[in-house]
Design a protein around this ligand. Structure first.
Ligand code: ATP
Length: 325
């Protein structure tokens, strides 16, 4: 069932086109990741959907009903759409649980207490429930804002950079909380992120924006495996250049498809190891051949060292010829 339909949304600021004819739909329970370079219009899209900004053209429909313009509303926002952005609007002198309870102030006390406890558990905040908001870490503030937004499960949750400024531990806690939400609340969500790994891991559908245009949409697997341009390929993971086909086309391959080989006959590239980065579960080798840089992943302990010559191979079926634009 479709929860949200965005139809031909366009927006201009001071003659700069920020969004151009954006169309997409979101089904119930679906998580949509919006990815794009800085300034590509991601936050503006969320603000238009969340009813904080009016589009110049186009319509937003929630459960089949067109949403009224922001100008015609007394208050900005929409009661069934919750936007959590980076500037958390918490009461600094209230505790975590008081901040969450505020979102439930019109409910009867018993229910309020029960729901607050559930939300504290879900967002892993029980331990800091009595701490004032002004004393929280960035990650705890972010999770408190999320708990507030979820107090009454919205029809649509909008998250603007939910993982920005979080260290890996806090990020993992938030991701776990989000994954639990996906299961337990059948929540529908659109999130904006700079981080390709998170978008690929959490989204059911990816939207790729470039200078205000929706240049590709699809499942993370589709977009990662079959990007329709070098821009999309680079936004969704690492790429190696195999050759510049012509001014407008490049042939690329993902590092995970390039392997070290000892067999000279199988090798397609002879390169020199320039750098080795330990990534925990694997090593990232940065190699250089006569035409440029090659990145490969290897799970083996450092089998090569900087300065070694290496033979690399790959299957042609994994390479893609893509427009550079
Ligand atoms: N209120 C505004 N007035 C004028 N220009 C604006 C306004 N809001 C956004 N813009 C411009 O619109 C463009 C898109 O901004 P937006 O914040 O949507 O991009 P973004 O993709 O979310 O960027 P980032 O990843 O850096 O947050 C930018 O060039 C920005 O300067």
């Amino acid at each position: 069932m479709t929860v949200l339909s965005v139809k031909s949304i366009s927006k201009t600021y001071h003659e700069q086109t920020v969004l151009s004819s954006i169309d997409f739909q979101v089904g119930r329970g679906e998580w949509v990741g919006v990815v794009g370079e800085s300034g590509s219009g991601k936050s503006t899209l969320l603000k238009i959907i969340g009813r904080f900004v009016d589009a110049d053209k186009g319509e937003v429909h929630l459960n089949g009903t067109e949403l009224p313009s922001v100008l015609s509303q007394l208050l900005k926002g929409h009661e069934q759409i919750k936007l959590v952005h980076q500037e958390y609007e918490l009461f600094p002198n209230q505790t975590v649980q008081e901040n969450i309870a505020y979102a439930l102030r019109f409910y009867e006390r018993g229910y309020q207490a029960q729901r607050v406890a559930e939300l504290l558990e879900l967002t892993r905040l029980t331990e800091v429930k009595d701490r004032k908001a002004k004393l929280l870490s960035g990650g705890e503030k972010q999770r408190t804002a999320l708990a507030q937004a979820l107090a009454e499960v919205p029809e649509l949750l909008l998250l603007d950079e939910p993982f920005a400024h979080l260290d890996q531990k806090n990020k993992n806690v938030l991701i776990e909380a989000i994954e639990e939400l996906k299961k337990s609340e059948n929540l529908t969500c659109i999130f904006v992120t700079h981080d390709a790994n998170e978008a690929l891991a959490l989204a059911d559908q990816l939207l790729i924006l470039k200078e205000g245009e929706l240049v590709q949409k699809g499942t993370p697997h589709e977009v990662y495996s079959n990007p329709n341009s070098v821009y999309v390929a680079e936004l969704t993971g690492m790429v190696n250049d195999l050759e510049t086909v012509n001014q407008d086309q490049r042939k690329i391959i993902r590092p995970n498809y390039v392997k070290l080989t000892r067999n000279a006959e199988r090798s397609k590239v002879v390169a020199v190891v320039r750098n080795i980065r330990f990534k925990g579960a694997y090593y990232e080798y940065h190699c250089q051949d006569s035409i440029g840089r090659f990145i490969i992943f290897s799970s083996a302990r450092k089998v090569k060292k900087i300065g070694d010559e290496v033979l690399l191979t790959y299957a042609d079926k994994h390479s893609r010829e893509l427009p550079t634009g």
